[in-house]
Write a protein that binds this ligand. Structure first.
Ligand SMILES: Nc1ncnc2c1ncn2[C@@H]1O[C@H](COP(=O)(O)OP(=O)(O)O)[C@@H](O)[C@H]1O
Ligand SMILES: [Mg+2]
Length: 371
């Protein structure tokens, strides 16, 4: 008699601006997950927050210049999730979260950005005692907020660049706005203006002089009332993928890779990330071996600095002088065919089906709650 398969809810889409990216991540993972071991429930969260069962068709979930995938386009309606014995997620509001989501062995939240990668979904799963892959509530929230991410990195002695935080209250007060703008001018030009809790470069502007600053801050504020302004770092972008160690072992880092941005883009913006065919990953990154070792060490230290679990991708700048700076940590890195995380693990000897397996198995070994 064959054993009952492990039931995995792959949750994707979501309410954030990264809905389409999440669909593309799900498309890749759904095409690689081992169906002999896992029974997969492809659950989409529509942009309005509704949870629906989907076909999970990887072809329709692909992201390209000509097609922006959405949960809507693969939805097969709700109410079709076959219940199974076990803990059941109880919701009293109709049409919110499927009642039977709790009857899965583990949730794989392939969501990027707000309401998915920021601890909110993780909180919901904690409340319902559902096992899930990846970072918990705190690490998700800390990784999402670029201000606190940097504070935690600095507190752990990790190198980060110079930046100024523009809070909503600062921006609304004439005197505070002036103080903050003066502080920003001291960073030198260019600067990068970004929403504190954004992703996929959405809302980010490279600003080369004071005249462009206020419109860029306003643009970032469309996505988050808190904005970060950072001194531009001159250097190449190097990423490193991290996995939680097995059975309590320290985290493991992949071979680092360099993002080679499409020459038509001024930085690694949304277009360069997902649509430009000329953006590529160079793996291993062309840095001296001591620098690669240091990047791997820092990637694991960054993972631990926010108490991350499961997986993460840590992004760095490597300057012409050989300095390494942490740019950010992503607790649910992109998993699209153009994304560094799956590529760097493949180059490190962990092909995608095994990578997905490892992420799910790590989650299954933990108890829900204070895991
Ligand atoms: N301080 C900086 N110096 C140079 N380039 C930057 C800086 N901050 C951001 N960028 C560019 O913008 C991209 C997106 O910024 P990032 O902080 O990684 O935001 P996101 O979370 O949206 O990916 C980076 O990959 C890089 O190309
Ligand atoms: Mg980034």
């Amino acid at each position: 008699m064959g054993q009952q398969k492990i039931r995995v809810a792959v949750v994707f889409g979501g309410r954030s601006t990264e809905h389409a990216v999440s669909c593309a991540s799900a498309g890749l993972i759904l095409s690689a997950i081992d169906r002999d071991r896992y029974e997969v429930l492809p659950i989409g969260i529509a942009t309005d927050g509704r949870w629906v069962l989907t076909s999970g068709d990887p072809v329709r979930l692909a992201l390209s210049a000509g097609s922006v995938p959405s949960v809507e386009s693969v939805s097969v309606g709700d109410g079709e999730i076959v219940p199974r014995a076990g803990a059941v997620l109880q919701v009293s509001e109709p049409g919110a979260v499927p009642r039977d989501l709790g009857a899965v062995d583990v949730v794989l939240p392939l969501l990027h950005g707000a309401y998915g990668e920021d601890g909110t979904l993780q909180g919901l799963l904690e409340m319902t005692g559902t096992r899930y892959a990846g970072a918990g509530v705190f690490a998700s929230a800390a990784g999402m907020d670029k201000e606190y991410m940097k504070l935690l990195m600095s507190a752990r002695g990790l190198p980060v660049g110079r930046y100024v935080v523009v809070r909503d209250r600062d921006w609304r007060s004439v005197a505070e706005r002036k103080r903050v703008l003066d502080e920003i001018a001291e960073l030198g030009w260019p600067v990068f203006v970004k929403p504190a809790r954004g992703g996929s470069s959405i809302g980010i502007t490279r600003v080369s002089g004071f005249g462009e600053l206020e419109p860029a801050i306003e643009a970032a504020r469309e996505h988050d009332p808190k904005v970060l302004v950072e001194a531009a770092v001159d250097g190449i972008e190097v990423e490193c993928a991290v996995l939680e160690g097995l059975d309590g072992a320290p985290p493991e880092a992949s071979v680092p890779g360099q993002v080679v941005v499409d020459p038509g883009s001024s930085f690694y913006d949304f277009e360069a990330k997902y649509l430009a065919s000329a953006t590529t990953m160079r793996i291993p990154a062309p840095v001296p071996s001591e620098a690669a070792a240091e990047i791997r060490r820092l990637a694991c230290a960054a993972f631990d600095a926010i108490s991350c679990e499961g997986l993460a991708r840590v992004d760095f700048f490597y300057t012409p002088a050989g300095k390494i700076l942490v740019n950010e940590i992503n607790t649910m890195p992109g998993m699209t065919p153009a994304s560094g995380f799956p590529m760097m693990w493949a180059a490190s000897g962990l092909p995608l089906p095994q990578l997905v397996d490892r992420i799910i198995q790590t989650a299954l070994r933990k108890r829900p709650g204070l895991r």
